[in-house]
Design a protein around this ligand. Structure first.
Ligand SMILES: [Zn+2]
Length: 127
């Protein structure tokens, strides 16, 4: 389920990232994988960062991840929400890491434990 978040910055898709954002709008975490070496990766690119192959495909990731690292931002730039909030790096179950926010738990050192299990959740910007 998505929910509107008024006042937050809205990403601008590029041709390379459009399938990712389309997946987000559909409630799916879509990432790419190389059909030559089989390894998934993120962020979106037209060439595999592992072997250089241009034979790539999009697939829907499980949405499961663990918390790899984070920093708590107390002074956000305009359009980035109410502080404090965590700027996190999560390790997807499929292998790639991605930056994200953590929602559903207090963004405090006491509540954010490294390696804690996470599940993707999407927010939509109010338009
Ligand atoms: Zn590859």
């Amino acid at each position: 389920m998505t929910q509107a978040v008024p006042g937050k910055a809205v990403p601008v898709p590029t041709p390379e990232t459009q399938p990712f954002w389309d997946g987000c709008a559909a409630g799916e975490l879509r990432i790419q994988r190389c059909t030559d070496c089989g390894r998934p990766y993120f962020y979106p690119r037209q060439v595999c960062p592992h072997c250089g192959s241009a034979k790539i495909e999009w697939f829907t990731a499980s949405g499961d991840a663990t918390l790899y690292s984070y920093a708590i931002n107390h002074r956000p730039a305009p359009g980035f929400g109410d502080a404090p909030y965590a700027i996190a790096v999560v390790q997807l179950a499929e292998g790639p890491r991605m930056m994200t926010n953590i929602v559903g738990v207090p963004n405090t050192p006491e509540a954010l434990r490294l390696d804690m299990p996470l599940r993707v959740r999407f927010e939509s910007a109010a338009t």
